[in-house]
Design a binder for this molecule. Structure first.
Ligand SMILES: *Cc1c(COP(=O)(O)O)cnc(C)c1O
Length: 401
């Protein structure tokens, strides 16, 4: 079975764990500060604050900006669905802005039509690393006195007119989950150029307890998970877990298990800082290699797959390869799996937040949700497997209705 993703694990991760399990609090604080400085320099902003997760960073930004019960926040109609409860828990009403199914991003017009008297902020994502029209959206925010928050969970390394994604809005969030570009086994980063906002959030983070063990444990679990993905039994396991009938239950189980490990209020650890610093130094090279592979794959896919338009507004960062298929994607996934190719179970692309909220007026998000399919592309995908994958996809494009 060709797995849909692989987690990049390195011996150096284990070494970093051993070197940080018994650091003193002062050493840990110095390592976290070094990571934050390097991150701020990479993005070109004055402040980077390491957090427990990308979600945690978003919560801190919303609180820091004073968004509270009764306020409306514009959000993308196609993004990670788990961000919605985080807003609703604060009484904030998310108002989805539709996306263009070619880029999967909101547009300045789709945001503008959603503004109203209770709007207190605009939250946008550079989805799958493709820059959204952030300059125009920030100009719109300025004209209405509204802060713009950038979700850069996929976009570390994306640039617009030479400037890094995450340096345009009032604040931005990044994720250091195991599946993201700089994987520190959980954690997030919040960037901002606003001194007062940074100071207020820094004061809240100062009260948190630093524990080295939970992210190390998470790394060890990832080694086990990765060993399972690489084992010969994976094909059988994947068929059992990802069949269309069971997929919903498995997806919920997996997401819940991750939420438990993620924790929400721990301080960023010295282990995460070390791993993050090491991977941050290489993120540009990783980016160039994977972007080149992205381009090659986009040209070799059958024409029934429309790959994301990523580079219309800037230089995209690599996150995942996603294309829209013009047939039934559940059938495509099931047929691919019978041929030994794991295209996922649906939840691994993004969610239609408009329909989650009971709205039916975001056709771009509905089309994205109905047609988007993840095509395996990651470091460590062998040329042999890549060719086999293309053979399978070409065959299915001919055979499927
Ligand atoms: C991963 C992700 C986040 C934040 O994720 P955490 O798992 O909380 O670090 C935010 N937005 C999007 C679109 C994501 O994919």
């Amino acid at each position: 079975m060709i797995p849909r993703r692989r987690i990049a694990l390195e011996g150096a991760d284990l070494v970093d764990a051993l070197r940080t399990l018994w650091v003193s609090p002062a050493q840990a604080a110095a390592q976290v500060a070094a990571f934050e400085q390097a991150f701020a320099a990479t993005i070109g902003v004055s402040h980077a604050l390491a957090t427990a997760s990308g979600r945690d960073a978003l919560g801190l930004i919303l609180d820091g900006l004073g968004l509270s019960a009764g306020d409306q926040l514009i959000i993308p109609a196609y993004t990670l669905g788990e961000l919605v409860p985080l807003m609703r828990a604060r009484g904030i009403e998310p108002v989805p802005a539709d996306v263009d199914p070619q880029t999967f991003n909101v547009t300045v017009d789709s945001v503008a039509v959603r503004l109203g008297p209770r709007t207190r902020g605009i939250f946008v994502v550079h989805l799958l690393g493709a820059p959204c029209d952030i300059r125009a959206i920030c100009a719109l925010g300025d004209a209405h006195g509204l802060p713009v928050i950038e979700d850069c969970a996929h976009a570390l390394g994306a640039r617009i007119d030479g400037r890094a994604a995450g340096s345009f809005g009032r604040a931005a969030l990044f994720s250091l989950e195991a599946t993201k570009a700089v994987a520190a086994f959980g954690g997030g980063v919040l960037t901002t150029a606003d001194d007062a906002l940074a100071a207020a959030i820094r004061a809240r983070l100062a009260g948190r307890e630093r524990r080295e063990w939970p992210p190390v444990r998470k790394m060890l679990l990832k080694f086990v998970e990765e060993a399972a993905v690489r084992s010969p039994a994976y094909g059988v396991l994947a068929r059992l877990m990802f069949s269309n009938r069971r997929a919903g239950g498995f997806d919920r189980f997996y997401r819940r298990a991750h939420d438990r490990v993620r924790g929400t209020a721990a301080a960023f650890s010295a282990f995460q800082a070390r791993v993050g610093l090491r991977k941050l130094a290489r993120v540009g090279d990783r980016q160039r290699r994977l972007n080149a592979q992205w381009q090659a794959l986009a040209q070799q896919l059958p024409s029934r797959f429309a790959s994301q338009h990523r580079d219309t507004l800037g230089e995209a960062a690599f996150y995942n390869f996603v294309a829209r298929f013009d047939g039934d994607i559940a059938e495509l996934r099931a047929a691919a799996q019978r041929h030994g190719l794991d295209l996922g179970i649906g939840g691994e692309v993004m969610d239609d937040t408009a329909s989650m909220l009971g709205l039916a007026d975001c056709p771009g998000a509905a089309a994205s949700r109905a047609q988007a399919v993840l095509i395996p592309l990651y470091e460590g995908l062998s040329e042999r497997r890549r060719r086999r994958m293309l053979d399978i996809l070409h065959r299915l494009a001919r055979e499927l209705p």
